[in-house]
Design a protein around this ligand. Structure first.
Ligand SMILES: NC(=O)c1ccc[n+]([C@@H]2O[C@H](COP(=O)([O-])OP(=O)(O)OC[C@H]3O[C@@H](n4cnc5c(N)ncnc54)[C@H](O)[C@@H]3O)[C@@H](O)[C@H]2O)c1
Length: 258
């Protein structure tokens, strides 16, 4: 798909993957709507990008909030690209050290933000794409989800996160099939360990050395720009549809992760 002139909505656009992808799409000629709960981070990206970029303070778990972001996108032109890269809470072990069960609400909160909110973004942005004029190729748009390799080899304490990310992998094909009549493709990226703000304020060199040691090659964490590079390819390559791509340097988590 030709990115020049397209409008992209990036959920979690102030974060590691979101900001890198927004920058890449913007450089390729797209207008971008940065959606993030964190106004400081989101506005910083928009200020950096300058024209063709707007920030909308968005809670992806809230329908009205997502609609406001879509409205902002539609003001810029035809919404053709959705990138879903928001963060959320971690989980916990199924039983704690006293063998008491984790609160069911904790499980549901993780599933709701990672899986439920992703589906909400997909269905609502797809409806916006459906209203646009198709391109010459018949294509109207592309939706990129973010799963994780925890969808396949989740570690101890990752049941809820793995369930949510596995759900994203599982729904990729059926939604691609659902949206094929309107010419909207659906793809999922399943990253390994990437050096983003999700890892907190720890020294990046130490983080890279710790997490990178488990990666067969290249022996380092991934860079958000490498996620963005794949996202751009997914946008541009019309034959990528209904599939999940691992982006992990051949990393497979052990039960404890790295
Ligand atoms: N970094 C990694 O190693 C890695 C690996 C696999 C998967 N992922 C997944 O990639 C996605 C993005 O991760 P990241 O590393 O870029 O994280 P990040 O923390 O750098 O960015 C996430 C962004 O989402 C925003 N956010 C959080 N809750 C939100 C909400 N309710 N509504 C709107 N915005 C909200 C945050 O403010 C933040 O800017 C997540 O789904 C994460 O699970 C990350």
């Amino acid at each position: 798909m030709n990115i020049t002139g397209a409008v992209a909505l990036v959920a979690g656009g102030g974060g590691g993957f979101g900001a890198a992808t927004a920058r890449r799409l913007h450089a390729a000629g797209a207008s971008v709507v940065i959606c993030d709960l964190d106004a400081v981070k989101g506005k910083a990206v928009v200020e950096d990008l300058g024209e063709r970029a707007v920030f909308v303070e968005t809670d992806v778990t809230d329908e009205a909030s997502v609609q406001a972001a879509i409205d902002a996108a539609e003001k810029l032109g035809s919404l053709r690209i959705t990138v879903i890269a928001h963060g959320g809470p971690g989980g916990g072990r199924t039983l704690n050290r006293e063998n008491e069960p984790i609160a069911q609400d904790d499980f549901m909160r993780v599933v709701n933000i990672f899986l439920g909110a992703s589906y909400n973004l997909i269905r609502m942005t797809a409806a916006s794409m459906a209203k646009t004029e198709p391109l010459e190729t018949g294509e109207r748009g592309v939706i990129i989800n973010t799963a994780s390799i925890a969808a396949f080899d989740g570690t101890i304490g990752q049941a809820a996160y793995s369930a949510a990310k596995g759900g994203i992998v599982g729904m990729t094909l059926p939604i691609a099939r659902d949206l094929s009549p309107i010419g909207v493709r659906v793809m999922t990226i399943a990253p390994g360990t990437f050096l983003t703000p999700a890892f907190g304020d720890a020294d990046p060199v130490k983080l890279d050395a710790y997490w990178g040691a488990a990666v067969p090659f290249p022996k380092r964490m991934g860079r958000p720009e490498e996620y963005a590079q794949l996202a751009l390819q997914i946008c541009e390559n019309p034959y990528l549809n209904g599939e999940t791509i691992r982006l992990d340097g051949a990393l497979r988590f052990t039960p404890k992760g790295a």
